[in-house]
Design a protein around this ligand. Structure first.
Ligand SMILES: O=C(O)CCC(=O)C(=O)O
Length: 330
């Protein structure tokens, strides 16, 4: 669901760059900062090329189409499945993926927002979002329950490709950072957790989004509710990355120091890199590692319901894929 269809435009915070108190006021008011066109586009293009090449090598991207358009060649794959990791492990090994988190413009913005000594977590996340895979579009959620540590943890979400609204960029529930940690339930989308939004929050806050372009950066703190719009395109993969930042001296949980999904070791990830300057950089930083707490889930689903939902999902996907093959040029 595209969250009731009603969206306001995101307001650009680019004119506030360098104005720390202006940025703090805006973040405090809205619970997000959207910077359009601040990163060097060439760097994002380089990352896109590397990601799409890795996806083409595992057969996800059509080898007979223009690589940089990202035309999907396979049935959608669920995050966390064996097929998913065939692609995702190679994305995790990409040097430009990890390097983008250390981009000078990005780290300067984060120093303005969080203060000097803000650093990106070693955990770096890429999202590989298939067209017409609506069941697992990232649901409304807050990052705090999945990350924990410090509440001032701040996410940077970066589109790795131009994302007109039909490609499923992120929407923010503006002002939702003021309502504390919300009750949680399960969801099949990224992170597997969905925030249950009280009527009061839905009454008082409005969803905002935009057409994202390469070079844009969206920032939001750990209690801001956000969600992905569906990738409603017929053929194109939506690629994006998430890097989470925090201040030195604050708490984090062990998972934030590990590669996403903890399948590869850092030595495997760093194998073949051209530069060592950002390898193991967190060993010299100051933070406190705190235990990860299991949050109680409202309405947890039992295994039978989960299996039934999975079968229904497979059937819907089968019929969607069949109708796509019947009208391949749409
Ligand atoms: O890009 C997405 O679909 C999900 C990003 C996000 O909200 C997250 O990783 O917390």
């Amino acid at each position: 669901m595209n969250y009731d269809w009603a969206f306001l435009p995101m307001e650009s915070a680019t004119p506030l760059l360098g104005d720390r108190s202006g940025l703090a006021e805006r973040m405090d008011r809205d619970g997000y900062l959207y910077f359009d066109g601040v990163l060097e586009v060439e760097k994002v293009v380089r990352l896109r090329r590397a990601m799409l090449t890795a996806l083409r090598d595992v057969g996800w991207i059509d080898p007979d189409s223009v690589l940089m358009r990202g035309r999907c060649a396979v049935r959608p794959v669920r995050e966390g499945s064996d097929e998913f990791f065939e692609a995702y492990d190679s994305i995790q090994r990409l040097e430009p993926f990890h390097e983008l988190a250390h981009d000078e413009t990005l780290t300067a913005i984060m120093a303005d927002v969080l203060g000097e000594g803000a650093f990106p977590h070693p955990l770096k996340i890429a999202r590989l979002v298939f067209p017409a895979h609506f069941e697992i579009s990232t649901p409304p959620h807050q990052d705090y329950p999945n990350n924990q540590g410090t509440e001032s943890l701040t996410a940077t979400w970066i589109p790795v490709g131009d994302l007109p609204s039909e490609m499923g960029g992120i929407a923010i529930l503006r002002g939702s950072h003021r309502y504390g940690v919300l009750p949680l339930t399960t969801h099949a989308g990224a992170g597997n957790r969905c925030a249950m939004l009280p009527a009061e929050v839905l009454e008082e806050c409005r969803w905002v989004t935009t057409d994202f372009s390469m070079g844009d950066v969206l920032l939001f703190p750990s209690q801001t509710v956000h969600a992905a719009r569906h990738n409603a395109s017929e053929f194109w993969m939506r690629l994006s990355v998430d890097f989470r930042f925090q201040r030195e001296g604050e708490a984090l949980t062990k998972g934030c120091l590990e590669p996403h999904f903890e399948r590869l070791g850092w030595d495997e990830i760093y194998d073949g890199w051209s530069a060592a300057s950002h390898q193991y950089y967190w060993h010299d930083l100051d933070y406190e590692v705190v235990p990860f707490e299991e949050f109680r889930l409202e309405r947890p689903i039992d295994e039978t319901t989960e299996a039934k939902e999975f079968l229904a999902y497979e059937r819907r996907l089968d019929s969607r894929m069949a109708s796509k093959l019947e009208s391949p040029t749409r």
